[in-house]
Design a protein around this ligand. Sequence first.
Ligand SMILES: [Zn+2]
Length: 499
Amino acid sequence: MRSFNLWILDGADSIGGNKIALTSEGEGLFLDFGVNMRKKRAYEVSYRVLAIANKMFYHLYSEILPRIRGIYRSDLIELDERVKEMLANQPELSIQAALISHAHIDHYGAIGFLSNEITVAVSNSMKTMIEAMAESSSYDIEGEIFRLRDRREERREEARRTCEIFEEGKHVSNIPFNVKTYPVDHSVPAAFGFLIEDASLAYTGDIRIHGPRRDLTEKFLEKIRGVDYLLIEGTRIDTSTNISEENVFKRIEEYVAEKPDKFACIIVSSTDLDRVRSIFEIAERLGRVPILSPRLIYLIDKLMETESKIALPSLKNACIYFERRSLYGGGYDLSPRHYRRWMREVYESRLDGKKDGELKKAEEVSKGQDKYILIANNLDYVLEIAQIRPEPGSRLIVSTSEPHDEEQEISWGKFLEWVDLLRLDLRIAHSSGHADRESILRMIEEVDPKVIIPIHTERPYEFQRLKRLGYIKCNVILPNINGSLSWDRAHGNLNKLDH
Ligand SMILES: [Zn+2]
Protein backbone atom coordinates (compact mmCIF):
# COMPACT_ATOMS: atom_id res chain seq x y z
CA MET A 1 0.00 0.00 0.00
CA ARG A 2 1.33 3.38 -0.92
CA SER A 3 1.72 6.45 1.21
CA PHE A 4 0.39 9.87 0.26
CA ASN A 5 1.41 13.41 0.96
CA LEU A 6 -1.06 16.27 0.89
CA TRP A 7 0.20 19.84 0.83
CA ILE A 8 -2.19 22.78 0.69
CA LEU A 9 0.06 25.36 -0.94
CA ASP A 10 -2.62 28.04 -0.88
CA GLY A 11 -6.29 28.40 -0.03
CA ALA A 12 -5.93 27.07 3.53
CA ASP A 13 -7.21 30.19 5.26
CA SER A 14 -8.57 32.22 2.38
CA ILE A 15 -11.58 32.04 0.13
CA GLY A 16 -10.14 30.74 -3.11
CA GLY A 17 -6.67 30.40 -4.49
CA ASN A 18 -6.84 26.64 -4.01
CA LYS A 19 -3.55 24.99 -4.88
CA ILE A 20 -3.52 21.51 -3.43
CA ALA A 21 -0.67 19.11 -4.13
CA LEU A 22 -1.27 15.38 -3.68
CA THR A 23 1.91 13.37 -4.19
CA SER A 24 3.02 9.80 -3.80
CA GLU A 25 6.24 8.04 -4.81
CA GLY A 26 7.34 10.51 -7.49
CA GLU A 27 3.84 11.06 -8.85
CA GLY A 28 1.88 14.20 -8.18
CA LEU A 29 -1.40 15.90 -8.90
CA PHE A 30 -2.64 19.43 -8.30
CA LEU A 31 -6.24 19.72 -7.27
CA ASP A 32 -6.96 23.19 -8.68
CA PHE A 33 -4.37 25.89 -9.22
CA GLY A 34 -6.29 29.11 -8.73
CA VAL A 35 -5.61 32.72 -7.96
CA ASN A 36 -5.87 33.90 -4.38
CA MET A 37 -7.87 37.03 -5.18
CA ARG A 38 -7.41 38.57 -1.74
CA LYS A 39 -3.63 38.37 -2.01
CA LYS A 40 -3.68 39.48 -5.61
CA ARG A 41 -5.80 42.54 -4.87
CA ALA A 42 -3.62 43.37 -1.86
CA TYR A 43 -0.34 43.41 -3.78
CA GLU A 44 -1.17 44.10 -7.41
CA VAL A 45 -1.04 47.86 -7.38
CA SER A 46 -0.06 49.19 -10.79
CA TYR A 47 1.03 48.55 -14.33
CA ARG A 48 4.49 47.70 -12.98
CA VAL A 49 3.13 44.42 -11.68
CA LEU A 50 1.06 43.82 -14.77
CA ALA A 51 4.01 44.02 -17.18
CA ILE A 52 4.93 40.50 -18.28
CA ALA A 53 8.61 41.23 -17.63
CA ASN A 54 7.95 41.62 -13.90
CA LYS A 55 4.86 39.54 -13.28
CA MET A 56 6.49 36.28 -12.22
CA PHE A 57 8.94 38.17 -9.98
CA TYR A 58 6.23 40.09 -8.13
CA HIS A 59 3.91 37.10 -7.94
CA LEU A 60 6.60 34.98 -6.29
CA TYR A 61 7.83 37.83 -4.11
CA SER A 62 4.38 38.47 -2.68
CA GLU A 63 3.66 34.72 -2.66
CA ILE A 64 0.61 35.11 -4.88
CA LEU A 65 2.44 32.14 -6.40
CA PRO A 66 3.98 29.67 -3.94
CA ARG A 67 7.76 29.39 -4.05
CA ILE A 68 8.14 25.83 -5.29
CA ARG A 69 10.67 24.37 -7.68
CA GLY A 70 9.77 22.09 -10.56
CA ILE A 71 6.28 23.34 -11.36
CA TYR A 72 6.64 26.62 -13.27
CA ARG A 73 7.22 27.48 -16.94
CA SER A 74 10.87 27.21 -17.86
CA ASP A 75 10.76 30.23 -20.21
CA LEU A 76 9.73 32.66 -17.46
CA ILE A 77 12.36 31.23 -15.10
CA GLU A 78 15.22 31.14 -17.59
CA LEU A 79 14.63 34.69 -18.78
CA ASP A 80 14.63 36.22 -15.32
CA GLU A 81 17.62 35.70 -13.02
CA ARG A 82 15.66 37.19 -10.07
CA VAL A 83 13.03 34.49 -10.42
CA LYS A 84 15.67 31.79 -10.77
CA GLU A 85 17.33 33.00 -7.60
CA MET A 86 14.09 33.19 -5.64
CA LEU A 87 13.24 29.59 -6.49
CA ALA A 88 16.76 28.23 -6.02
CA ASN A 89 16.58 26.78 -2.51
CA GLN A 90 12.87 26.16 -2.31
CA PRO A 91 11.18 22.80 -1.89
CA GLU A 92 10.59 20.84 -5.09
CA LEU A 93 7.49 19.03 -6.28
CA SER A 94 7.06 16.50 -9.04
CA ILE A 95 3.62 17.11 -10.54
CA GLN A 96 2.29 15.55 -13.74
CA ALA A 97 -1.23 16.98 -13.90
CA ALA A 98 -3.52 19.73 -12.63
CA LEU A 99 -7.14 18.65 -12.19
CA ILE A 100 -9.54 21.59 -12.23
CA SER A 101 -12.83 21.54 -10.30
CA HIS A 102 -14.65 24.39 -12.08
CA ALA A 103 -14.32 27.50 -14.25
CA HIS A 104 -13.80 30.14 -11.54
CA ILE A 105 -10.46 31.95 -11.59
CA ASP A 106 -9.84 31.31 -7.89
CA HIS A 107 -9.61 27.64 -8.94
CA TYR A 108 -7.83 27.72 -12.30
CA GLY A 109 -6.45 31.26 -12.79
CA ALA A 110 -2.76 30.57 -12.01
CA ILE A 111 -2.35 27.66 -14.46
CA GLY A 112 -0.84 30.03 -17.03
CA PHE A 113 2.34 30.07 -14.89
CA LEU A 114 2.64 26.27 -14.71
CA SER A 115 5.13 24.28 -16.74
CA ASN A 116 3.68 23.03 -20.02
CA GLU A 117 4.82 19.56 -19.03
CA ILE A 118 1.93 19.50 -16.56
CA THR A 119 -1.29 18.15 -18.11
CA VAL A 120 -4.42 20.20 -17.50
CA ALA A 121 -7.46 18.00 -16.81
CA VAL A 122 -10.88 19.60 -17.30
CA SER A 123 -14.35 18.71 -18.56
CA ASN A 124 -15.35 19.70 -22.09
CA SER A 125 -17.71 22.49 -20.98
CA MET A 126 -15.23 23.75 -18.41
CA LYS A 127 -12.57 24.02 -21.11
CA THR A 128 -14.87 25.99 -23.40
CA MET A 129 -15.84 28.34 -20.59
CA ILE A 130 -12.25 28.94 -19.51
CA GLU A 131 -11.15 29.56 -23.10
CA ALA A 132 -14.03 31.93 -23.86
CA MET A 133 -13.45 33.90 -20.66
CA ALA A 134 -9.72 34.20 -21.35
CA GLU A 135 -10.23 35.26 -24.97
CA SER A 136 -12.71 37.95 -23.95
CA SER A 137 -10.55 39.43 -21.19
CA SER A 138 -7.25 41.28 -21.13
CA TYR A 139 -5.16 38.43 -19.71
CA ASP A 140 -1.67 37.72 -20.95
CA ILE A 141 0.20 34.99 -19.02
CA GLU A 142 -2.91 34.21 -16.96
CA GLY A 143 -4.84 33.48 -20.13
CA GLU A 144 -2.33 30.90 -21.37
CA ILE A 145 -4.22 27.95 -19.96
CA PHE A 146 -4.44 25.58 -22.91
CA ARG A 147 -2.01 27.29 -25.26
CA LEU A 148 1.09 29.24 -24.45
CA ARG A 149 3.74 31.23 -26.18
CA ASP A 150 7.33 30.52 -25.25
CA ARG A 151 8.77 33.94 -24.41
CA ARG A 152 12.32 32.77 -25.22
CA GLU A 153 11.55 32.55 -28.90
CA GLU A 154 11.55 35.56 -31.17
CA ARG A 155 8.54 34.44 -33.20
CA ARG A 156 6.69 33.17 -30.15
CA GLU A 157 4.70 30.50 -31.85
CA GLU A 158 1.90 29.06 -29.82
CA ALA A 159 2.38 25.69 -28.18
CA ARG A 160 -0.41 23.56 -26.84
CA ARG A 161 -0.43 22.23 -23.32
CA THR A 162 -1.44 18.62 -22.94
CA CYS A 163 -5.08 18.66 -22.02
CA GLU A 164 -7.08 15.74 -20.71
CA ILE A 165 -10.86 15.97 -21.07
CA PHE A 166 -12.68 14.02 -18.37
CA GLU A 167 -16.22 12.64 -18.36
CA GLU A 168 -18.42 12.75 -15.31
CA GLY A 169 -18.55 9.64 -13.15
CA LYS A 170 -15.57 8.04 -14.94
CA HIS A 171 -11.90 7.66 -14.17
CA VAL A 172 -9.71 10.45 -15.51
CA SER A 173 -7.16 9.02 -17.97
CA ASN A 174 -3.48 9.93 -18.19
CA ILE A 175 -3.13 11.54 -14.78
CA PRO A 176 -1.59 10.10 -11.60
CA PHE A 177 -3.85 8.09 -9.26
CA ASN A 178 -7.34 6.71 -9.79
CA VAL A 179 -9.59 9.73 -9.79
CA LYS A 180 -13.33 9.83 -10.40
CA THR A 181 -15.14 13.09 -11.09
CA TYR A 182 -18.71 13.92 -10.06
CA PRO A 183 -20.68 17.05 -10.98
CA VAL A 184 -21.88 19.14 -8.03
CA ASP A 185 -24.15 22.16 -7.58
CA HIS A 186 -22.33 25.52 -7.55
CA SER A 187 -22.81 28.99 -9.09
CA VAL A 188 -21.27 27.82 -12.36
CA PRO A 189 -22.34 24.78 -14.40
CA ALA A 190 -19.80 21.98 -14.97
CA ALA A 191 -18.52 22.20 -11.38
CA PHE A 192 -17.02 18.97 -10.04
CA GLY A 193 -16.07 17.17 -6.85
CA PHE A 194 -13.37 14.48 -6.97
CA LEU A 195 -12.77 11.10 -5.41
CA ILE A 196 -9.13 10.03 -5.38
CA GLU A 197 -9.69 6.34 -4.77
CA ASP A 198 -6.14 5.17 -4.02
CA ALA A 199 -5.74 7.87 -1.37
CA SER A 200 -9.29 7.46 0.00
CA LEU A 201 -9.56 11.21 -0.32
CA ALA A 202 -12.49 13.29 -1.57
CA TYR A 203 -12.43 16.95 -2.57
CA THR A 204 -15.64 18.96 -2.71
CA GLY A 205 -14.39 21.82 -4.91
CA ASP A 206 -16.95 24.60 -4.37
CA ILE A 207 -20.30 23.19 -3.43
CA ARG A 208 -23.84 23.95 -2.26
CA ILE A 209 -27.11 22.12 -1.75
CA HIS A 210 -29.54 24.99 -2.18
CA GLY A 211 -29.18 25.61 -5.93
CA PRO A 212 -31.07 24.28 -8.93
CA ARG A 213 -28.78 21.23 -9.21
CA ARG A 214 -28.78 20.11 -5.59
CA ASP A 215 -29.50 16.57 -6.87
CA LEU A 216 -25.93 16.47 -8.22
CA THR A 217 -24.45 17.33 -4.83
CA GLU A 218 -26.59 14.64 -3.15
CA LYS A 219 -25.33 12.03 -5.62
CA PHE A 220 -21.72 13.09 -5.08
CA LEU A 221 -22.09 12.77 -1.29
CA GLU A 222 -23.46 9.27 -1.77
CA LYS A 223 -20.52 8.28 -3.97
CA ILE A 224 -17.87 9.46 -1.53
CA ARG A 225 -19.52 8.09 1.62
CA GLY A 226 -17.04 6.56 4.03
CA VAL A 227 -13.82 8.03 2.60
CA ASP A 228 -10.98 8.45 5.07
CA TYR A 229 -10.20 12.08 4.20
CA LEU A 230 -12.51 14.82 3.07
CA LEU A 231 -11.18 18.13 1.79
CA ILE A 232 -14.19 20.35 2.30
CA GLU A 233 -14.78 23.97 1.33
CA GLY A 234 -15.87 26.23 4.18
CA THR A 235 -16.55 29.61 2.54
CA ARG A 236 -19.70 30.09 4.61
CA ILE A 237 -18.95 28.04 7.72
CA ASP A 238 -19.56 31.23 9.72
CA THR A 239 -23.10 31.85 8.51
CA SER A 240 -26.46 30.15 8.76
CA THR A 241 -28.09 32.44 6.20
CA ASN A 242 -29.36 30.38 3.35
CA ILE A 243 -31.23 32.07 0.53
CA SER A 244 -32.28 29.67 -2.21
CA GLU A 245 -31.93 30.39 -5.92
CA GLU A 246 -35.74 30.22 -6.21
CA ASN A 247 -35.96 33.04 -3.71
CA VAL A 248 -33.49 35.12 -5.74
CA PHE A 249 -35.57 34.70 -8.90
CA LYS A 250 -38.74 35.69 -7.04
CA ARG A 251 -37.04 38.86 -5.85
CA ILE A 252 -35.59 39.75 -9.25
CA GLU A 253 -39.02 39.34 -10.81
CA GLU A 254 -40.62 41.56 -8.17
CA TYR A 255 -37.95 44.23 -8.50
CA VAL A 256 -38.38 44.45 -12.27
CA ALA A 257 -42.19 44.23 -12.12
CA GLU A 258 -42.32 47.12 -9.63
CA LYS A 259 -41.05 49.46 -12.37
CA PRO A 260 -43.14 48.58 -15.44
CA ASP A 261 -42.38 51.81 -17.31
CA LYS A 262 -38.65 52.05 -16.56
CA PHE A 263 -35.40 50.61 -17.83
CA ALA A 264 -34.10 47.51 -16.00
CA CYS A 265 -30.61 46.02 -15.78
CA ILE A 266 -29.36 42.96 -13.92
CA ILE A 267 -25.70 42.34 -13.21
CA VAL A 268 -24.97 38.62 -12.99
CA SER A 269 -21.76 36.61 -13.31
CA SER A 270 -21.43 35.54 -16.95
CA THR A 271 -20.56 31.96 -16.00
CA ASP A 272 -23.65 31.60 -13.77
CA LEU A 273 -25.63 30.27 -16.71
CA ASP A 274 -28.39 28.69 -14.61
CA ARG A 275 -29.20 32.14 -13.27
CA VAL A 276 -28.98 33.71 -16.74
CA ARG A 277 -31.47 31.13 -18.02
CA SER A 278 -33.88 31.96 -15.22
CA ILE A 279 -33.63 35.69 -15.98
CA PHE A 280 -34.71 34.83 -19.54
CA GLU A 281 -37.83 33.17 -18.10
CA ILE A 282 -38.51 36.21 -15.91
CA ALA A 283 -38.14 38.53 -18.92
CA GLU A 284 -40.63 36.44 -20.87
CA ARG A 285 -43.18 36.50 -18.06
CA LEU A 286 -42.85 40.27 -17.78
CA GLY A 287 -43.05 40.81 -21.55
CA ARG A 288 -39.55 42.22 -21.82
CA VAL A 289 -36.79 41.27 -24.25
CA PRO A 290 -33.45 40.27 -22.71
CA ILE A 291 -30.40 42.14 -24.04
CA LEU A 292 -27.15 40.30 -23.32
CA SER A 293 -23.65 41.66 -23.05
CA PRO A 294 -21.35 40.57 -25.90
CA ARG A 295 -19.14 38.69 -23.44
CA LEU A 296 -22.05 36.55 -22.32
CA ILE A 297 -23.05 35.96 -25.94
CA TYR A 298 -19.49 34.93 -26.82
CA LEU A 299 -19.54 32.36 -24.02
CA ILE A 300 -22.95 30.98 -25.09
CA ASP A 301 -21.85 30.85 -28.77
CA LYS A 302 -18.73 28.87 -27.84
CA LEU A 303 -20.67 26.45 -25.63
CA MET A 304 -23.13 25.85 -28.48
CA GLU A 305 -20.29 25.28 -30.96
CA THR A 306 -18.59 22.72 -28.72
CA GLU A 307 -21.88 20.91 -28.08
CA SER A 308 -21.74 21.43 -24.36
CA LYS A 309 -24.31 19.57 -22.26
CA ILE A 310 -25.01 22.75 -20.28
CA ALA A 311 -28.62 23.92 -20.72
CA LEU A 312 -28.39 27.21 -22.63
CA PRO A 313 -31.00 29.88 -23.26
CA SER A 314 -32.27 30.21 -26.83
CA LEU A 315 -31.13 33.46 -28.44
CA LYS A 316 -33.97 33.51 -31.00
CA ASN A 317 -35.90 36.27 -29.26
CA ALA A 318 -32.96 37.86 -27.47
CA CYS A 319 -30.97 40.99 -28.26
CA ILE A 320 -27.27 41.71 -27.98
CA TYR A 321 -25.92 44.97 -26.66
CA PHE A 322 -23.82 46.71 -29.32
CA GLU A 323 -20.97 48.43 -27.50
CA ARG A 324 -19.85 51.73 -29.04
CA ARG A 325 -16.11 51.56 -29.54
CA SER A 326 -14.99 53.82 -32.39
CA LEU A 327 -14.76 57.53 -32.99
CA TYR A 328 -15.44 56.91 -36.67
CA GLY A 329 -18.30 55.27 -38.51
CA GLY A 330 -20.88 56.68 -36.14
CA GLY A 331 -19.26 54.89 -33.21
CA TYR A 332 -19.68 51.35 -34.52
CA ASP A 333 -16.85 50.83 -37.03
CA LEU A 334 -16.10 47.13 -36.60
CA SER A 335 -12.50 47.26 -37.81
CA PRO A 336 -9.82 45.50 -35.72
CA ARG A 337 -8.52 48.88 -34.63
CA HIS A 338 -11.60 49.43 -32.51
CA TYR A 339 -13.00 46.01 -31.69
CA ARG A 340 -11.17 42.95 -30.45
CA ARG A 341 -11.41 39.71 -32.40
CA TRP A 342 -13.93 37.98 -30.10
CA MET A 343 -16.24 40.99 -30.09
CA ARG A 344 -16.11 41.35 -33.86
CA GLU A 345 -16.98 37.67 -34.12
CA VAL A 346 -20.07 38.21 -31.95
CA TYR A 347 -21.28 41.26 -33.88
CA GLU A 348 -20.35 40.19 -37.42
CA SER A 349 -22.13 36.84 -37.09
CA ARG A 350 -25.31 38.80 -36.25
CA LEU A 351 -24.91 41.47 -38.91
CA ASP A 352 -24.67 38.78 -41.59
CA GLY A 353 -27.55 36.87 -40.03
CA LYS A 354 -25.57 33.67 -39.34
CA LYS A 355 -26.51 33.49 -35.66
CA ASP A 356 -29.54 34.34 -33.54
CA GLY A 357 -29.82 37.60 -31.61
CA GLU A 358 -30.54 41.13 -32.78
CA LEU A 359 -27.99 43.89 -32.13
CA LYS A 360 -29.18 46.86 -30.08
CA LYS A 361 -27.29 50.12 -29.73
CA ALA A 362 -27.56 52.30 -26.62
CA GLU A 363 -29.65 54.90 -28.46
CA GLU A 364 -32.13 52.23 -29.59
CA VAL A 365 -32.51 50.87 -26.06
CA SER A 366 -32.96 54.42 -24.84
CA LYS A 367 -36.03 54.87 -27.05
CA GLY A 368 -37.82 51.83 -25.63
CA GLN A 369 -36.62 51.65 -22.06
CA ASP A 370 -39.58 49.65 -20.69
CA LYS A 371 -39.24 46.96 -23.36
CA TYR A 372 -35.95 45.44 -22.25
CA ILE A 373 -33.92 43.82 -19.49
CA LEU A 374 -30.19 44.32 -19.92
CA ILE A 375 -28.17 41.37 -18.61
CA ALA A 376 -24.66 42.62 -17.80
CA ASN A 377 -21.73 40.83 -16.14
CA ASN A 378 -19.65 43.36 -14.37
CA LEU A 379 -20.17 46.44 -12.23
CA ASP A 380 -18.36 48.47 -14.90
CA TYR A 381 -21.38 48.01 -17.17
CA VAL A 382 -22.82 50.93 -15.28
CA LEU A 383 -20.78 52.99 -17.77
CA GLU A 384 -22.72 51.45 -20.67
CA ILE A 385 -25.96 52.24 -18.81
CA ALA A 386 -24.86 55.87 -18.84
CA GLN A 387 -24.94 55.74 -22.67
CA ILE A 388 -28.51 54.41 -22.56
CA ARG A 389 -29.48 57.45 -20.46
CA PRO A 390 -32.01 55.66 -18.27
CA GLU A 391 -35.05 57.48 -16.92
CA PRO A 392 -34.49 58.51 -13.29
CA GLY A 393 -35.58 55.74 -10.95
CA SER A 394 -34.72 52.95 -13.38
CA ARG A 395 -33.98 49.62 -11.81
CA LEU A 396 -30.52 48.18 -11.39
CA ILE A 397 -30.21 44.78 -9.71
CA VAL A 398 -26.87 43.38 -8.59
CA SER A 399 -27.04 39.60 -8.58
CA THR A 400 -23.40 38.57 -8.85
CA SER A 401 -21.70 35.84 -6.91
CA GLU A 402 -19.30 36.77 -4.18
CA PRO A 403 -16.66 39.27 -5.33
CA HIS A 404 -13.87 36.68 -5.00
CA ASP A 405 -14.88 34.78 -8.11
CA GLU A 406 -15.46 37.91 -10.12
CA GLU A 407 -12.90 40.08 -11.78
CA GLN A 408 -14.55 43.32 -10.82
CA GLU A 409 -12.72 45.99 -12.71
CA ILE A 410 -14.34 48.80 -10.78
CA SER A 411 -14.67 49.19 -7.05
CA TRP A 412 -18.01 49.16 -5.26
CA GLY A 413 -17.46 52.79 -4.21
CA LYS A 414 -17.04 54.04 -7.77
CA PHE A 415 -19.97 51.93 -8.86
CA LEU A 416 -22.20 53.61 -6.27
CA GLU A 417 -21.07 57.06 -7.47
CA TRP A 418 -22.31 56.15 -10.96
CA VAL A 419 -25.55 54.70 -9.60
CA ASP A 420 -26.08 58.05 -7.91
CA LEU A 421 -25.20 60.07 -10.99
CA LEU A 422 -27.61 58.04 -13.12
CA ARG A 423 -30.34 58.24 -10.45
CA LEU A 424 -30.81 54.48 -10.54
CA ASP A 425 -32.85 52.54 -8.01
CA LEU A 426 -30.43 49.85 -6.84
CA ARG A 427 -31.43 46.46 -5.40
CA ILE A 428 -29.39 43.40 -4.45
CA ALA A 429 -30.72 39.89 -5.07
CA HIS A 430 -28.20 37.19 -4.49
CA SER A 431 -27.85 33.63 -3.32
CA SER A 432 -24.43 32.19 -2.62
CA GLY A 433 -22.71 29.52 -4.64
CA HIS A 434 -21.53 28.01 -1.36
CA ALA A 435 -23.12 25.87 1.34
CA ASP A 436 -23.96 27.55 4.66
CA ARG A 437 -22.91 26.18 8.09
CA GLU A 438 -25.84 23.77 8.55
CA SER A 439 -25.46 22.41 5.02
CA ILE A 440 -21.74 21.86 5.59
CA LEU A 441 -22.48 19.98 8.82
CA ARG A 442 -25.06 17.87 7.03
CA MET A 443 -22.61 17.06 4.24
CA ILE A 444 -19.95 15.97 6.75
CA GLU A 445 -22.46 13.78 8.59
CA GLU A 446 -23.60 12.15 5.36
CA VAL A 447 -20.11 11.41 4.09
CA ASP A 448 -18.95 10.31 7.55
CA PRO A 449 -15.20 10.53 6.87
CA LYS A 450 -12.46 9.79 9.41
CA VAL A 451 -10.90 13.20 8.94
CA ILE A 452 -12.01 16.49 7.44
CA ILE A 453 -9.55 19.07 6.16
CA PRO A 454 -11.27 22.45 5.76
CA ILE A 455 -10.09 24.73 2.95
CA HIS A 456 -11.40 27.74 0.98
CA THR A 457 -12.39 29.54 4.19
CA GLU A 458 -11.31 32.54 6.21
CA ARG A 459 -12.65 30.90 9.38
CA PRO A 460 -11.01 27.46 9.62
CA TYR A 461 -11.19 27.56 13.44
CA GLU A 462 -14.98 27.49 13.30
CA PHE A 463 -14.64 23.86 12.20
CA GLN A 464 -12.62 23.10 15.35
CA ARG A 465 -15.14 24.89 17.54
CA LEU A 466 -17.97 22.92 15.98
CA LYS A 467 -16.00 19.75 16.68
CA ARG A 468 -15.57 20.75 20.35
CA LEU A 469 -19.29 21.45 20.61
CA GLY A 470 -20.03 18.00 19.22
CA TYR A 471 -21.56 19.12 15.91
CA ILE A 472 -18.71 17.50 14.01
CA LYS A 473 -17.92 13.92 15.02
CA CYS A 474 -14.84 13.14 12.92
CA ASN A 475 -11.34 14.54 13.32
CA VAL A 476 -10.69 18.04 12.07
CA ILE A 477 -7.23 18.83 10.75
CA LEU A 478 -6.49 22.42 9.86
CA PRO A 479 -4.00 22.63 7.01
CA ASN A 480 -0.97 24.83 7.21
CA ILE A 481 0.58 26.21 4.04
CA ASN A 482 4.04 25.61 5.50
CA GLY A 483 3.54 21.93 6.09
CA SER A 484 1.89 18.87 4.65
CA LEU A 485 0.00 15.84 5.85
CA SER A 486 1.15 12.36 5.02
CA TRP A 487 -0.55 9.06 5.48
CA ASP A 488 0.02 5.45 4.78
CA ARG A 489 -3.00 3.63 3.36
CA ALA A 490 -2.00 0.34 5.00
CA HIS A 491 -1.65 1.60 8.54
CA GLY A 492 -3.69 4.77 8.37
CA ASN A 493 -1.06 6.73 10.28
CA LEU A 494 -1.39 10.45 9.76
CA ASN A 495 1.67 12.65 10.15
CA LYS A 496 2.23 16.37 9.92
CA LEU A 497 5.42 17.42 8.18
CA ASP A 498 7.12 20.80 8.00
CA HIS A 499 8.75 22.13 4.87
ZN1 LIG B 1 -16.31 28.76 -7.33
